[in-house]
Write a protein that binds this ligand. Structure first.
Ligand code: ADP
Length: 235
């Protein structure tokens, strides 16, 4: 059996004296899966995402990503982990507006120590694959929301992370741009990228994932695999 990309065992997280934000969460995601995490506001989705991304630590249980015990990492280990193992995409893109598209995309590789020439080549390749190479020297502020999200996806993939984590990636987009991002994630998954998407957007979940995990009150209430998504069928 291959090493899981994500393995959470009996994970719990409580903030201060409040009720547990997560309790007894056990979840395994295997390489090549595309998983949607759904749940109402306050159900624990961001808490879960932060634990997987190494931005927070559980109070109970273990978090393992691509063989790394994320819950045990110190500050330096956690920074290295985030650079090499997870690519993150956010609702509001989180691009740096005073850097060009290319400079945004190469940033994770430069931080990881890759030389400029090699990083530029990789960025060019990614921008071509994602159909935004004509914007390589543009500043993000001049792009549409959908184009900005493509740039953010390129940046997230720069260091070839085993896991792409997307947090409400269509939350700031109109319907057409949202569908475009769904197709993009489906295509990446069809090429083997493991994808986890936290979303309220059921259409997005249907268009690019084949497994749905529902969370309510800090616990998993449902975990259903559907048909494998054939990206061509969604066009
Ligand atoms: P979701 O992402 O599904 O909206 P969250 O993970 O943000 O849910 O929140 C889960 C629960 O934890 C909520 O009750 C929320 O109020 C609480 N919570 C989240 N972050 C904090 C925090 N930093 N301090 C205290 N409570 C928090």
């Amino acid at each position: 059996m291959t090493t899981p990309v994500i393995e959470l065992r009996e994970v719990g997280r409580r903030y201060d004296d409040g009720p547990p934000a997560l309790h007894d969460v056990t979840l395994t995601v295997r390489p090549g899966e595309a998983v949607a995490i759904l749940g109402p506001s306050g159900s624990g989705k961001s808490t879960l995402l932060n634990l997987i991304a190494g931005l927070d630590r559980p109070d109970a249980g273990t978090v393992t990503v691509d063989g790394v015990r994320v819950d045990r990492l110190g500050e330096a280990g956690s920074a290295l982990y985030r650079r090499s193992k997870v690519g993150m995409v956010f609702q509001f893109f989180n691009l740096l507006d005073d850097l060009t598209v290319t400079d945004n995309v190469v940033l994770p590789a430069r931080l990881a120590g890759m030389g400029r020439g090699q990083a530029d080549r990789r960025a060019r390749e990614l921008l071509e694959t994602l159909g935004i190479d004509r914007h390589a020297r543009t500043y993000p502020g001049r792009l549409s929301g959908g184009e900005r999200q493509r740039v953010a996806v390129a940046r997230a993939l720069m260091n070839r992370p085993p896991l792409l984590l997307a947090d409400e990636p269509t939350g700031a987009l109109d319907t057409a741009a949202g569908q475009d991002v769904g197709r993009l994630l489906a295509d990446l998954n069809a090429d083997g990228q493991t994808v986890v998407v936290v979303t309220h957007d059921l259409r997005l979940a249907e268009s690019c994932t084949s497994r749905t995990v529902r969370i309510a009150d800090g616990g998993i209430t449902e975990d259903v695999r559907s048909h494998a998504v054939a990206p061509e069928a969604l066009r």
